[in-house]
Design a protein around this ligand. Structure first.
Ligand code: G6P
Length: 371
Protein backbone atom coordinates (compact mmCIF):
# COMPACT_ATOMS: atom_id res chain seq x y z
CA UNK A 1 0.00 0.00 0.00
CA UNK A 2 0.97 3.66 -0.33
CA UNK A 3 1.42 3.87 3.45
CA UNK A 4 3.91 1.00 3.47
CA UNK A 5 5.83 2.81 0.78
CA UNK A 6 6.01 5.88 3.00
CA UNK A 7 4.42 8.09 0.35
CA UNK A 8 6.75 6.93 -2.43
CA UNK A 9 5.45 5.28 -5.61
CA UNK A 10 7.83 2.38 -5.21
CA UNK A 11 9.64 0.63 -2.38
CA UNK A 12 12.82 1.10 -4.35
CA UNK A 13 12.49 4.89 -4.16
CA UNK A 14 11.86 4.67 -0.43
CA UNK A 15 14.82 2.36 0.04
CA UNK A 16 17.14 4.62 -1.95
CA UNK A 17 16.03 7.54 0.24
CA UNK A 18 16.62 5.52 3.41
CA UNK A 19 20.30 4.99 2.63
CA UNK A 20 21.77 7.69 4.91
CA UNK A 21 19.93 6.13 7.84
CA UNK A 22 20.86 2.59 6.80
CA UNK A 23 24.53 3.57 6.66
CA UNK A 24 24.30 5.34 10.03
CA UNK A 25 22.52 2.37 11.64
CA UNK A 26 25.18 -0.02 10.36
CA UNK A 27 27.91 2.11 11.94
CA UNK A 28 25.99 2.56 15.19
CA UNK A 29 27.73 1.22 18.29
CA UNK A 30 30.71 -0.04 16.32
CA UNK A 31 32.96 3.01 16.70
CA UNK A 32 34.09 3.61 20.27
CA UNK A 33 34.50 7.01 21.93
CA UNK A 34 38.26 6.43 21.58
CA UNK A 35 37.86 6.17 17.78
CA UNK A 36 38.60 2.45 17.78
CA UNK A 37 36.36 -0.17 16.23
CA UNK A 38 34.46 -2.67 18.35
CA UNK A 39 33.29 -5.73 16.47
CA UNK A 40 33.38 -8.40 19.20
CA UNK A 41 29.81 -9.30 18.22
CA UNK A 42 31.27 -10.91 15.08
CA UNK A 43 32.00 -14.15 16.99
CA UNK A 44 35.44 -14.36 15.35
CA UNK A 45 38.09 -13.69 17.98
CA UNK A 46 40.99 -11.27 17.57
CA UNK A 47 43.33 -14.24 17.98
CA UNK A 48 41.63 -15.97 15.05
CA UNK A 49 41.96 -12.82 12.97
CA UNK A 50 45.69 -12.74 13.74
CA UNK A 51 46.04 -16.30 12.45
CA UNK A 52 44.45 -15.89 9.03
CA UNK A 53 46.70 -15.66 5.99
CA UNK A 54 44.14 -15.33 3.20
CA UNK A 55 40.60 -14.10 2.67
CA UNK A 56 38.16 -15.42 0.07
CA UNK A 57 34.90 -13.61 -0.56
CA UNK A 58 31.90 -15.34 -2.08
CA UNK A 59 28.60 -13.74 -3.06
CA UNK A 60 26.09 -13.32 -5.90
CA UNK A 61 24.60 -10.40 -7.78
CA UNK A 62 24.91 -7.02 -6.14
CA UNK A 63 26.49 -8.61 -3.07
CA UNK A 64 29.28 -9.86 -5.34
CA UNK A 65 29.97 -6.26 -6.32
CA UNK A 66 30.31 -5.38 -2.63
CA UNK A 67 32.81 -8.25 -2.48
CA UNK A 68 34.84 -6.84 -5.36
CA UNK A 69 35.10 -3.53 -3.51
CA UNK A 70 36.02 -5.37 -0.30
CA UNK A 71 39.07 -6.82 -2.02
CA UNK A 72 40.57 -3.36 -2.53
CA UNK A 73 39.86 -2.39 1.07
CA UNK A 74 41.16 -5.62 2.59
CA UNK A 75 44.36 -5.75 0.57
CA UNK A 76 45.12 -2.10 1.29
CA UNK A 77 44.20 -1.73 4.96
CA UNK A 78 44.49 -5.27 6.26
CA UNK A 79 47.43 -6.25 4.03
CA UNK A 80 46.04 -9.73 3.42
CA UNK A 81 45.67 -11.49 0.07
CA UNK A 82 42.02 -11.51 -0.93
CA UNK A 83 40.17 -13.34 -3.69
CA UNK A 84 36.58 -12.72 -4.74
CA UNK A 85 34.41 -15.16 -6.59
CA UNK A 86 30.80 -15.54 -7.64
CA UNK A 87 29.43 -18.13 -5.26
CA UNK A 88 28.02 -20.34 -8.02
CA UNK A 89 31.53 -21.09 -9.31
CA UNK A 90 33.23 -21.65 -5.98
CA UNK A 91 32.63 -25.27 -5.12
CA UNK A 92 32.88 -26.48 -8.69
CA UNK A 93 36.57 -25.80 -8.88
CA UNK A 94 39.05 -26.82 -6.20
CA UNK A 95 39.51 -23.74 -4.03
CA UNK A 96 42.53 -23.99 -1.76
CA UNK A 97 41.19 -23.63 1.76
CA UNK A 98 42.93 -24.17 5.08
CA UNK A 99 42.20 -23.44 8.73
CA UNK A 100 43.90 -20.09 8.28
CA UNK A 101 41.65 -19.06 5.40
CA UNK A 102 38.86 -16.68 6.30
CA UNK A 103 35.92 -16.97 3.93
CA UNK A 104 33.51 -14.04 3.92
CA UNK A 105 30.06 -14.74 2.47
CA UNK A 106 28.12 -11.61 1.60
CA UNK A 107 24.37 -12.08 1.34
CA UNK A 108 21.63 -9.60 2.07
CA UNK A 109 19.02 -12.30 2.62
CA UNK A 110 21.28 -14.97 4.09
CA UNK A 111 19.40 -17.44 1.89
CA UNK A 112 20.87 -17.37 -1.63
CA UNK A 113 21.40 -21.03 -2.42
CA UNK A 114 24.60 -20.54 -4.43
CA UNK A 115 26.21 -18.68 -1.56
CA UNK A 116 24.90 -21.12 1.04
CA UNK A 117 26.33 -24.11 -0.85
CA UNK A 118 29.68 -22.32 -1.12
CA UNK A 119 29.59 -21.63 2.64
CA UNK A 120 28.97 -25.32 3.35
CA UNK A 121 31.79 -26.32 1.04
CA UNK A 122 34.21 -23.92 2.75
CA UNK A 123 33.25 -25.18 6.21
CA UNK A 124 33.76 -28.79 5.14
CA UNK A 125 37.30 -27.80 4.14
CA UNK A 126 37.81 -26.40 7.66
CA UNK A 127 37.98 -22.75 6.63
CA UNK A 128 36.51 -20.23 9.04
CA UNK A 129 33.42 -18.59 7.57
CA UNK A 130 32.09 -15.16 8.42
CA UNK A 131 28.97 -13.77 6.79
CA UNK A 132 27.71 -10.27 6.19
CA UNK A 133 23.95 -10.41 6.31
CA UNK A 134 20.92 -8.16 6.68
CA UNK A 135 18.37 -10.68 7.93
CA UNK A 136 18.53 -11.72 11.55
CA UNK A 137 18.33 -15.44 12.13
CA UNK A 138 18.43 -16.37 8.44
CA UNK A 139 20.23 -19.54 7.33
CA UNK A 140 23.73 -18.18 6.72
CA UNK A 141 24.28 -16.51 10.10
CA UNK A 142 23.18 -19.80 11.69
CA UNK A 143 25.57 -21.90 9.66
CA UNK A 144 28.60 -19.62 9.67
CA UNK A 145 31.25 -19.29 12.39
CA UNK A 146 30.54 -15.59 12.68
CA UNK A 147 28.31 -12.82 11.37
CA UNK A 148 28.42 -9.08 10.99
CA UNK A 149 24.90 -7.80 10.51
CA UNK A 150 24.11 -4.85 8.30
CA UNK A 151 21.27 -2.77 9.69
CA UNK A 152 19.54 -1.62 6.52
CA UNK A 153 16.08 -2.69 7.72
CA UNK A 154 13.87 -4.82 5.48
CA UNK A 155 14.43 -4.32 1.75
CA UNK A 156 11.36 -5.05 -0.38
CA UNK A 157 12.43 -3.90 -3.87
CA UNK A 158 13.98 -6.82 -5.74
CA UNK A 159 16.99 -4.77 -6.82
CA UNK A 160 19.34 -4.29 -3.88
CA UNK A 161 20.02 -0.64 -2.95
CA UNK A 162 20.29 0.18 0.74
CA UNK A 163 21.53 -3.31 1.56
CA UNK A 164 24.40 -2.76 -0.91
CA UNK A 165 25.51 0.47 0.75
CA UNK A 166 25.39 -1.17 4.17
CA UNK A 167 27.37 -4.16 2.85
CA UNK A 168 30.04 -1.67 1.81
CA UNK A 169 30.04 -0.22 5.32
CA UNK A 170 30.38 -3.75 6.72
CA UNK A 171 33.34 -4.62 4.51
CA UNK A 172 35.09 -1.35 5.37
CA UNK A 173 34.51 -2.08 9.05
CA UNK A 174 35.94 -5.59 8.70
CA UNK A 175 38.99 -4.45 6.70
CA UNK A 176 39.73 -1.64 9.14
CA UNK A 177 39.11 -3.88 12.15
CA UNK A 178 41.53 -6.53 10.87
CA UNK A 179 44.08 -3.75 10.36
CA UNK A 180 43.46 -2.53 13.91
CA UNK A 181 43.84 -6.00 15.39
CA UNK A 182 46.85 -7.11 13.37
CA UNK A 183 48.49 -3.69 13.26
CA UNK A 184 49.61 -2.51 9.82
CA UNK A 185 51.71 0.27 8.45
CA UNK A 186 48.49 2.18 7.90
CA UNK A 187 47.75 2.77 11.60
CA UNK A 188 47.08 6.52 11.28
CA UNK A 189 45.17 6.11 8.06
CA UNK A 190 42.99 3.42 9.63
CA UNK A 191 42.14 5.74 12.49
CA UNK A 192 41.37 8.60 10.07
CA UNK A 193 39.19 6.33 7.92
CA UNK A 194 37.09 5.29 10.87
CA UNK A 195 36.41 8.97 11.59
CA UNK A 196 35.53 9.55 7.95
CA UNK A 197 33.18 6.57 7.84
CA UNK A 198 31.15 8.27 10.54
CA UNK A 199 30.57 11.22 8.18
CA UNK A 200 29.31 9.09 5.30
CA UNK A 201 25.58 9.29 6.12
CA UNK A 202 25.63 13.07 5.55
CA UNK A 203 27.63 12.64 2.34
CA UNK A 204 25.09 10.13 0.99
CA UNK A 205 22.31 12.53 2.00
CA UNK A 206 24.05 15.28 0.03
CA UNK A 207 24.10 13.09 -3.08
CA UNK A 208 20.37 12.38 -2.72
CA UNK A 209 19.65 16.12 -2.56
CA UNK A 210 21.19 16.70 -5.99
CA UNK A 211 19.50 13.95 -8.03
CA UNK A 212 17.11 16.13 -10.07
CA UNK A 213 19.38 16.37 -13.13
CA UNK A 214 20.12 12.61 -12.94
CA UNK A 215 16.42 11.82 -13.13
CA UNK A 216 16.03 14.19 -16.05
CA UNK A 217 18.97 12.54 -17.81
CA UNK A 218 17.47 9.09 -17.20
CA UNK A 219 14.16 10.08 -18.78
CA UNK A 220 15.97 11.49 -21.80
CA UNK A 221 17.74 8.16 -22.34
CA UNK A 222 14.67 5.92 -22.01
CA UNK A 223 14.75 4.96 -25.68
CA UNK A 224 18.43 4.09 -25.91
CA UNK A 225 19.34 0.51 -26.71
CA UNK A 226 22.57 0.26 -24.80
CA UNK A 227 24.56 2.03 -22.08
CA UNK A 228 28.18 1.38 -21.14
CA UNK A 229 29.74 1.97 -17.72
CA UNK A 230 33.44 2.52 -17.11
CA UNK A 231 35.46 2.78 -13.94
CA UNK A 232 38.75 1.80 -12.44
CA UNK A 233 39.98 0.75 -9.01
CA UNK A 234 36.84 0.58 -6.84
CA UNK A 235 35.03 2.52 -9.56
CA UNK A 236 35.17 -0.63 -11.67
CA UNK A 237 32.80 -2.63 -9.42
CA UNK A 238 30.66 0.52 -9.18
CA UNK A 239 30.44 0.45 -13.00
CA UNK A 240 29.45 -3.24 -12.88
CA UNK A 241 26.76 -2.45 -10.33
CA UNK A 242 25.45 0.45 -12.45
CA UNK A 243 25.17 -1.87 -15.43
CA UNK A 244 23.49 -4.62 -13.42
CA UNK A 245 20.88 -2.21 -12.09
CA UNK A 246 20.06 -1.04 -15.60
CA UNK A 247 19.68 -4.62 -16.88
CA UNK A 248 17.55 -5.65 -13.90
CA UNK A 249 15.19 -2.69 -13.95
CA UNK A 250 15.14 -1.24 -17.45
CA UNK A 251 15.76 -4.51 -19.38
CA UNK A 252 18.37 -2.65 -21.38
CA UNK A 253 21.70 -3.85 -22.65
CA UNK A 254 24.27 -2.48 -20.23
CA UNK A 255 27.85 -3.46 -19.59
CA UNK A 256 30.47 -2.37 -17.13
CA UNK A 257 34.16 -2.37 -18.00
CA UNK A 258 37.44 -1.59 -16.31
CA UNK A 259 38.43 1.60 -18.09
CA UNK A 260 41.94 0.26 -18.69
CA UNK A 261 40.40 -2.53 -20.78
CA UNK A 262 38.77 -0.05 -23.16
CA UNK A 263 41.63 -0.30 -25.64
CA UNK A 264 41.47 -4.10 -25.54
CA UNK A 265 38.02 -4.34 -27.04
CA UNK A 266 35.16 -2.22 -25.70
CA UNK A 267 36.28 0.90 -27.57
CA UNK A 268 35.13 -0.86 -30.74
CA UNK A 269 31.57 -0.54 -29.42
CA UNK A 270 31.68 3.25 -29.29
CA UNK A 271 29.53 4.90 -31.92
CA UNK A 272 27.80 8.19 -32.36
CA UNK A 273 25.55 9.06 -29.44
CA UNK A 274 26.24 5.94 -27.35
CA UNK A 275 25.76 6.89 -23.70
CA UNK A 276 28.80 6.00 -21.59
CA UNK A 277 28.79 6.57 -17.86
CA UNK A 278 32.26 7.03 -16.39
CA UNK A 279 33.13 6.88 -12.69
CA UNK A 280 36.17 9.11 -12.14
CA UNK A 281 38.50 8.45 -9.18
CA UNK A 282 39.25 11.41 -6.88
CA UNK A 283 41.93 13.85 -8.08
CA UNK A 284 44.13 12.79 -5.16
CA UNK A 285 44.55 9.49 -7.01
CA UNK A 286 46.40 11.42 -9.71
CA UNK A 287 47.62 8.61 -11.95
CA UNK A 288 44.28 6.81 -12.11
CA UNK A 289 42.40 10.06 -12.38
CA UNK A 290 44.44 11.30 -15.34
CA UNK A 291 44.24 7.98 -17.14
CA UNK A 292 40.48 7.94 -16.96
CA UNK A 293 40.23 11.55 -18.10
CA UNK A 294 42.17 10.44 -21.22
CA UNK A 295 39.68 7.60 -21.66
CA UNK A 296 36.82 10.08 -21.55
CA UNK A 297 38.53 12.16 -24.25
CA UNK A 298 39.10 9.06 -26.40
CA UNK A 299 35.51 7.87 -26.30
CA UNK A 300 34.14 11.36 -26.79
CA UNK A 301 36.30 11.83 -29.87
CA UNK A 302 34.60 8.70 -31.23
CA UNK A 303 31.14 10.10 -30.66
CA UNK A 304 30.18 8.78 -27.22
CA UNK A 305 27.79 10.82 -25.12
CA UNK A 306 29.78 11.11 -21.90
CA UNK A 307 28.07 11.06 -18.54
CA UNK A 308 30.73 11.67 -15.93
CA UNK A 309 30.54 11.01 -12.20
CA UNK A 310 33.35 12.93 -10.50
CA UNK A 311 34.09 14.54 -7.17
CA UNK A 312 32.85 18.07 -6.71
CA UNK A 313 35.19 20.74 -7.96
CA UNK A 314 36.97 18.44 -10.40
CA UNK A 315 37.28 20.96 -13.24
CA UNK A 316 39.48 18.76 -15.39
CA UNK A 317 36.50 16.68 -16.56
CA UNK A 318 34.22 19.62 -17.41
CA UNK A 319 35.37 20.08 -21.05
CA UNK A 320 34.74 16.39 -21.84
CA UNK A 321 31.48 15.79 -20.01
CA UNK A 322 28.17 16.02 -21.82
CA UNK A 323 26.63 15.56 -18.41
CA UNK A 324 28.55 15.99 -15.17
CA UNK A 325 27.30 14.42 -11.96
CA UNK A 326 29.19 15.68 -8.94
CA UNK A 327 29.54 13.66 -5.74
CA UNK A 328 31.15 14.74 -2.45
CA UNK A 329 34.92 14.41 -2.21
CA UNK A 330 35.90 11.32 -0.21
CA UNK A 331 38.95 9.02 -0.26
CA UNK A 332 39.03 6.64 -3.22
CA UNK A 333 38.24 3.50 -1.25
CA UNK A 334 35.09 5.09 0.18
CA UNK A 335 33.92 6.60 -3.12
CA UNK A 336 31.55 3.70 -3.96
CA UNK A 337 29.29 4.86 -1.10
CA UNK A 338 28.60 8.12 -2.91
CA UNK A 339 29.18 7.12 -6.56
CA UNK A 340 26.69 4.22 -6.57
CA UNK A 341 23.73 6.35 -5.51
CA UNK A 342 23.34 8.31 -8.79
CA UNK A 343 23.45 5.01 -10.68
CA UNK A 344 20.63 3.60 -8.57
CA UNK A 345 18.54 6.72 -9.12
CA UNK A 346 19.37 6.66 -12.85
CA UNK A 347 18.19 3.07 -13.41
CA UNK A 348 15.14 3.46 -11.24
CA UNK A 349 14.01 6.60 -13.06
CA UNK A 350 14.81 5.23 -16.53
CA UNK A 351 12.89 2.02 -15.84
CA UNK A 352 9.97 3.97 -14.46
CA UNK A 353 9.97 6.18 -17.56
CA UNK A 354 9.67 2.98 -19.62
CA UNK A 355 6.67 1.98 -17.52
CA UNK A 356 8.31 -0.89 -15.63
CA UNK A 357 7.53 -1.91 -12.08
CA UNK A 358 10.91 -1.36 -10.42
CA UNK A 359 9.93 -3.28 -7.30
CA UNK A 360 9.11 -6.46 -9.25
CA UNK A 361 11.29 -6.68 -12.36
CA UNK A 362 10.31 -9.48 -14.71
CA UNK A 363 11.94 -12.90 -14.24
CA UNK A 364 13.81 -11.88 -11.07
CA UNK A 365 13.37 -12.84 -7.43
CA UNK A 366 14.45 -11.06 -4.28
CA UNK A 367 16.15 -14.10 -3.00
CA UNK A 368 17.11 -17.04 -5.19
CA UNK A 369 16.85 -20.21 -3.13
CA UNK A 370 17.65 -22.66 -5.91
CA UNK A 371 21.12 -23.39 -7.26
C1 G6P B 1 19.02 -11.83 -6.31
C2 G6P B 1 18.55 -10.39 -6.16
C3 G6P B 1 19.75 -9.44 -6.16
C4 G6P B 1 20.75 -9.86 -5.11
C5 G6P B 1 21.18 -11.33 -5.28
C6 G6P B 1 22.01 -11.82 -4.10
O1 G6P B 1 19.54 -12.02 -7.59
O2 G6P B 1 17.67 -10.06 -7.20
O3 G6P B 1 19.33 -8.11 -5.89
O4 G6P B 1 21.89 -9.04 -5.17
O5 G6P B 1 20.01 -12.15 -5.33
O6 G6P B 1 21.18 -11.84 -2.98
P1 G6P B 1 21.72 -11.97 -1.51
O7 G6P B 1 20.49 -12.03 -0.66
O8 G6P B 1 22.53 -13.23 -1.42
O9 G6P B 1 22.55 -10.76 -1.24
Amino acid sequence: SAAEKGGYDYFMLKEIAEQPKAVADTLLGRIGADGRLHLDEMRITDQQLREIDKIIIIACGTSYHAGLIAKYAIEHWAGLPCEVEVASEFRYRDPILTRSTLVIAISQSGESMDTLMAVRHAREQKARVLCICNVNGSTMPRECDGVLYTHAGPEVGVAATKTFLTQLVAVYLIALYIAQVRGTKWGDEVFAMVQLLATMPEKVEKVLETMGPVRELARSLANERSVLFLGRHVGFPVALEGALKLKELAYMHAEGFAAGELKHGPIALIEDGLPVIVVVPPRAREVLHDKIVSNIQEIRARGARTIVIAEEGDDTVVPYSDTLIEVPAVPTLLQPLVATVPLQVFSCELATAKGHDVDQPRNLAKSVTVE
